[in-house]
Design a protein around this ligand. Sequence first.
Ligand code: FE2
Length: 262
Amino acid sequence: MFSGFYAWQIEPFWLEFVKHKMTIKNLPDHLAGKTLMQISDVHVGNQFDYNFIIDSFQKAQRFNPDFVVYTGDYVNYENHKQYEQLEEVFKHAVTGNLGTIGILGNHDYGLDWAEQDVADEITSVLQSSGIEVLSNEQRHISGLNFIGLDDYWALNFSPEYVLKNHNPEKANIVLCHNPDVCDLDVWSGYQGWILSGHTHGGQCKPPFLDPPILPVKNKRYNSGVIDLFDGRTLYINRALGHLWQLRFNVKPEITIFELEAD
Ligand SMILES: [Fe+2]
């Protein structure tokens, strides 16, 4: 199933565009060969020069993606200053020809992941940048059905209803910031892809060793394609931004999936 995937490097020192095939059940014929781009963990704030994100967005837009999904952690939240910074960066947001969807991550909920007003502000910046934010909701766009879960560690984690009501006859994709959610009993038999972020691939990975800094319970959930052996396939994007400047052997990533019928 994954024999066709490969990766290449555009920027030798930084951004890597990683390309994978994405096989989807019930994919309408007109979507075969279309692209879905995943961007995750942008972390706009004071920890690093966010012109890197703007540059990356400009490069990404040149791929002319059909769908773009953002899987959370838009800011490294310290105070209200991040709203303006986010606005400045997301003026350049990458958008899809057919649709652009986002979900929130823990950092989008401010201090202790517990500030609803921060999440509301961030949501409104995203919406005005052309990104439709889903919170335990599904949205059908041009033949793809996006199921967007809210963040596991934050205030509005409540995936049961939307998963219970998903239609397995549709071409579904789940967006879920924190991959640990895969191990919870909330999936109602869902089969298909789950796109996550949150781990930053461990961010600082000594060569040949497992990543030492992984903010997940399940240490298998590091990065890349992970077969969950029950009809679900997890993909963990290594993040575009950083939480601190040090990033060793884990390059920032933007993923480009090419859709194909099962
Ligand atoms: Fe996160």
